[in-house]
Design a binder for this molecule. Sequence first.
Ligand code: PRP
Ligand code: ADE
Length: 176
Amino acid sequence: NKNEKIQLLRDAIVSYPDFPKPGVIFRDIFGIFRNIVAMRAMKDLIVEHILFLEVDLVVGLDSRGFLLGPIICMELGKPFLPIRKKGKLPGNVVQHAFNLEYGEATFEIQTEYVKKGARTIIIDDLLATGGSMVAAIELLKLSGAEVIECLTIIELSGLKGREKLGIPVHSLVQYD
Ligand code: PRP
Ligand code: ADE
């Protein structure tokens, strides 16, 4: 059942104190990918959740969001579009700068591939300060999409990223 699957994920995520900087506890999503049972549980939990949403487009964030988005797209039969750190995407891009838990970055999207009004979900491994997610929401709004939900495997609840988004967030495993 659902709680057992969530517990599988929690057990698979490895926490590393003081990485990549002193004071940060790094929650490593790759523990889930080393464990096929946990990986299937993760896929099931995401798919069970989004089957109720009407989704036109799935957007994943550089880089760990790229591991998750296409899995869901296969199940939904909907396209995947990446948001990448600047300088990586060709063609017509729009960009937005932001801060995150341990640094700063600029995101870009290939805006021409977003259909006006597309019902879009954004997926990433982890919500920390919410800086990345806010920038992604901004890029999608600039591109004409309707962002209906943000989905992450891990949420660092103590950083209150959720409160910055103005869009519903769904996460599978929370840490204070
Ligand atoms: C991490 C993580 C999220 C973001 C969350 O990515 O994968 O994308 O930080 O932090 P925030 O909520 O404070 O914005 P990172 O920028 O380290 O890039 P990576 O996925 O390429 O490792
Ligand atoms: N991205 C931002 N903060 C993080 C954390 N504490 N663990 C893993 N990825 C992160």
